[in-house]
Design a protein around this ligand. Structure first.
Ligand code: ATP
Length: 516
């Protein structure tokens, strides 16, 4: 199936099965804002727990925080967001569509890369087993010509970004003859800067109001609480503060479902280290974080690092973890070495000494920071796009069938088990209910008695429930039930008393945390 079709189906599936709804849908939705439904909220909570436990539970030197969304307006002056949290935007005069200039150029670079890959694929077909790809890439004149164009564009682009040269970005778009993907037209406006922060007024009377901002990242709440946490928790460097919370960005182009939203959730951890050790810690956190993703079990090759072309105003090193979405490799997490920029600036703007006294050396310093910043919604999208499968099945009588199944890792699944009475009579519903009543303290359970067992299985497959338990007449005689496993569709007959352990072994998050 084409990846674009798959993505459309995934979006429709999320709506049909209560995972994600467009916001305010009765009013035709609201741009780039989404609501999580009854199963979506459970999946989201489980992802959050996996992250939170991996940080706060597993590290003695990482503690949590929940800071407010509203912050003193000076925060954003100090952090640099008021002056520098901008994206370069460009409008197409014919389609009236707005784009990020840097993204248009990045897509052009990807086109050149795609051309090289296609040349190599063609050559592989021609030469068969004897094909030496590296030699081909190093010597083929057509590939070399494309590579030359790529390198020249890349260098020009990085220079323009680093110098925030908007004119040059516009010139690159003109020189590369980049057209609007919608209208095909090259009739562009000039490139302008656009600040991504939402602002609002605080206060009730005109004289008293002050302009405040919705936080564009949760990190600043951590920085302004550095002293509080360090002192009250008697924390010794190196230590970290973790936080999960909403962030808001007035994205120029919000698209790809919950990939880029205007209101979203971040899971951030700021790790405070002595100056000069930050790059070692940066490498350490890169490897810890990619392992966290790989432990989900979707395939190690689905992730890669991407080092930043342009470093943010506060960073001396930055790398993204990218996941292979149906629309290509895209960022899910950023790992940034933020230097002493943030704490140093808050020290300057607040006039308070924000430092750490090292008892061993007897010296005080402004700590350096390595941050891991992951998007909860993007991770959600990653998980559901990896879990979504359409399968063709051959039934026992030889006829064919198909199913949509969400192969979610069991510890992330919203519902862990569904219990079905085979029929609605002979005391089977009552017996099934006693199982739910017993297990609901440990797992998210669902009871279902409507429709055939086959249809009930299909509904649970579509939600991603890893275990379905069926209560039949034999259950009444010997207290056994069938357990049907979502992925293999195999069934076992087990004692009711064994159920808890069987399910716990697979859904218990601690088993996963032990692998980290
Ligand atoms: P991008 O380049 O995609 O705009 P970014 O580099 O600005 O992202 P960061 O500021 O590093 O993103 O934010 C950390 C994480 O927060 C990202 O890796 C992503 O998972 C998430 N995130 C950022 N912006 C959005 C958004 N608009 N919608 C959903 N998630 C987001």
């Amino acid at each position: 199936m084409a990846q674009e079709d798959l993505f459309k189906k995934l979006v429709a599936h999320c709506k049909e099965y209560g995972y994600v709804f467009p916001s305010s849908e009765i009013y035709d939705g609201f741009a780039a804002v989404y609501d999580y439904g009854q199963y979506g909220v459970e999946l989201k909570n489980n992802i959050k727990k996996y992250w939170w436990d991996s940080m706060v539970l597993l590290h003695e030197n990482i503690v949590g925080l929940d800071s407010a969304i509203f912050m003193h307006p000076t925060t954003w002056k100090a952090s640099g967001h008021l002056d520098a949290f901008n994206d370069p935007l460009i409008d197409n005069r014919d389609s009236k569509k707005r784009y990020r200039a840097d993204e248009l150029i990045e897509e052009q670079l990807e086109k050149y890369e795609g051309k090289i890959t296609r040349e190599a694929e063609k050559a592989r077909k021609r030469f068969g087993d004897a094909f030496d790809e590296q030699m081909f890439l190093d010597t083929n004149p057509r590939v070399l010509a494309i590579r030359e164009k790529y390198d020249a564009l890349h260098d020009r682009f990085v220079k323009a970004l680093n110098e925030t040269d908007l004119k040059e970005l516009g010139q690159i778009i003109a020189d590369e003859e980049i057209a609007c993907p919608l209208s095909g037209s090259k009739n562009w406006t000039e490139v302008r800067q656009f600040n991504l922060m939402f602002s609002t007024e605080l206060g009730s009377t005109a004289e008293n109001t002050s302009r405040i901002y919705l936080r564009p990242e949760t990190a600043q709440g951590i920085f302004v609480n550095y002293l509080n946490v360090q002192k009250s928790g008697r924390m010794k460097i190196p230590f970290g503060i973790a936080q999960v919370g909403k962030a808001f960005r007035n994205e120029i182009v919000a698209r790809q479902f919950i990939f880029r939203m205007r209101e979203f959730e971040q899971m951030e951890m700021q790790f405070f280290v002595p100056p000069g050790t930050e790059l070692e810690w940066f490498e350490y956190w890169k490897s810890v974080r990619i392992k966290w993703f790989r432990t989900l079990g979707f395939g190690d090759d689905k992730y890669r690092f991407h080092d930043h072309e342009k470093l943010a105003h506060y960073a001396n090193a930055a790398s993204d973890i990218e996941y292979l979405f149906p629309f290509g490799f895209k960022e899910v997490e950023g790992i940034h070495s933020r230097t002493d920029y943030d704490l140093g600036r808050h020290q300057e703007f607040s006039g308070k000494k924000i430092q750490y006294y090292d008892q061993e050396t007897g010296k005080s310093y402004v700590p350096y920071v390595v941050e891991t910043s992951i998007g909860l919604d993007r991770t959600f999208l990653h998980v559901i796009s990896a879990a979504y499968h359409e399968e063709d099945l051959i039934k026992e009588d030889g006829s064919s069938d198909s199913r949509v199944v969400m192969k979610l890792p069991p510890f992330l699944a919203p519902i862990k088990l569904a219990v079905f009475p085979l029929t609605r009579k002979d005391g089977l519903p009552e017996k099934a209910r006693t199982i739910v009543e017993e297990l609901r303290f440990d797992f998210n359970c669902q009871y279902e008695e409507k429709d055939s067992i086959g249809r009930r299985y299909r509904r649970q497959d579509a939600i991603g429930t890893p275990y379905c338990i069926t209560v039949d007449h034999q259950t009444l005689k010997d207290d056994t039930v069938t357990v049907r496993y979502r992925d293999s569709m195999e069934q076992d007959r087990v004692q009711i008393t064994e159920l808890k352990q069987i399910i716990k072994d697979k859904v218990d998050i601690s088993n996963l945390l032990k692998q980290l």
